[in-house]
Design a protein around this ligand. Structure first.
Ligand SMILES: [Zn+2]
Length: 404
């Protein structure tokens, strides 16, 4: 017979007849009743961009938090999947600031299609979901974007003679860093325009904006003839695929890697190859980012002002152009412009700290405009779907071209 003594479990030496199959059944049944519901489901982040830490599961409630990895301080990115949960209604709880006002991004087809649900999660810091089958359901802070999305989007342009696909460099983990150059082979571009995204791995909305810009260029012959465009969609490629926050990495992140002694492969490659590509020609550099998760300026689309007054004047002109030319459903309010020094974060990385990409771009020979555009993580409308994000691009492309 089995005997238990406080924390120590032992089997009594006294031999008694035991019906082994019956005991197994009793134990299995006891275990099934003893297990919390949440222990029977699978919560994981085993896919590109995945990120989650399960802190605790109790009855039908799961406490989660973002996996910070090498990020110093708090950041808010998470993206996880749930399998084998048919018939269960589960409450997922996350820490403060882990939701946008749009609520939760949900996919029931392995991440191909997404919809915003439960905007109330922004206030309650939790959401519940009733699983109707054992199929995987994915939940994310915002709509994810990884290499597979880029591959899918660019497939239509692979045979276009104006599109040249290449590799900028390889990352520490051996991944290729994509680079796309668009120009007409017979054209004579007088201006070169560089777009970069994902200096901070978790800022996925920037890639949807980049898609829209590429679509607009593809449909504009004048642009292709007179301007040469280059796109680097994933500066922190390892972070994007591994699902890192990427922000405030230790000892510094990709957007603080433009001083001497760069430690990240992509930023080293940008510093080496982009000046050679530009060859001193007139150039514009637009670095796409996303702001904090929510509130105030972070619920808007805004530009980040330069320390240099001349450059700031150009940026403000660009901002006004966006306002005038905005034909999309998205609201652009020029008063959200982030003036240098207006907020403490606008000062970071400019003087005492390590150099940002935009500051480095300002030192490029021929640079006439460098800009950081902060694309909001989530639009306020709960039914905002992926295709609508492309409309965002009209707001950046036209004024940029007008400026140059
Ligand atoms: Zn950023």
């Amino acid at each position: 017979m089995l005997c238990f003594h406080r924390k120590r479990k032992y089997i009594c030496k006294k031999k008694t007849p035991i019906n082994i199959p019956m005991m197994k059944n009793i134990l299995l049944i006891a275990l099934l009743f003893a297990l919390p519901v949440s222990a029977q489901i699978r919560i994981h982040a085993d896919f590109p961009g995945g990120n989650i830490q399960v802190e605790k599961m109790q009855n039908d409630t799961v406490w989660l938090k973002p996996d910070l990895r090498d990020t110093q301080g708090f950041w808010f990115y998470w993206y996880f999947a749930v399998n084998r949960a048919k018939g269960k209604s589960i409450v997922f709880k996350l820490p403060n600031d882990c939701f946008t006002r749009a609520g939760v991004a949900v996919s029931t087809d392995g991440g191909d299609n997404w919809k915003w649900e439960q905007p109330e999660a922004f206030h309650s810091r939790s959401f519940s979901y009733t699983f109707t089958s054992n199929r995987e359901v994915r939940f994310a802070f915002a709509i994810p974007y990884t290499q597979s999305n880029w591959d899918q989007f660019t497939a239509a342009y692979r045979k276009d003679p104006n599109f040249k696909f290449s590799t900028l460099t390889k990352t520490k983990k051996g991944r290729e860093v994509e680079m796309l150059t668009i120009s007409q082979p017979s054209g004579t571009p007088e201006v070169k325009v560089l777009f970069t995204a994902r200096h901070h791995a978790c800022e996925m909305t920037a890639n949807f904006v980049m898609e829209g810009i590429i679509e607009a260029i593809a449909n504009d012959n004048w642009l292709k003839e007179n301007v040469e465009f280059r796109f680097i969609p994933f500066v922190d490629k390892d972070g994007v695929e591994d699902g890192d926050q990427g922000k405030n990495r230790h000892p510094w992140d990709h957007n603080r890697d433009y001083s001497e002694n760069s430690i990240h492969e992509t930023t080293s490659a940008i510093k080496k190859h982009i000046p050679a590509w530009i060859e001193g020609q007139k150039n514009v550099v637009l670095d796409l980012h996303c702001p904090y998760s929510h509130s105030g300026q972070n619920d808007s689309i805004f530009f980040v002002g330069s320390k240099e007054k001349k450059m700031e004047a150009k940026q403000l002109r660009l901002s006004e152009w966006v306002k005038i030319n905005n034909k999309s459903e998205l609201i652009y309010d020029p008063t959200c412009f982030a003036y240098y020094g207006a907020k403490p974060w606008t000062l970071l990385g400019t003087d005492k700290e390590r150099m940002k990409m935009a500051t480095w771009a300002g030192k490029l020979k021929g640079n006439i405009l460098r800009e950081v555009l902060k694309c909001l993580m989530a639009y306020m409308a709960s039914n905002w779907l992926r295709p609508r994000m492309h409309e965002h691009s009209d707001m950046t492309l036209q004024p940029v071209c007008a400026t140059i």
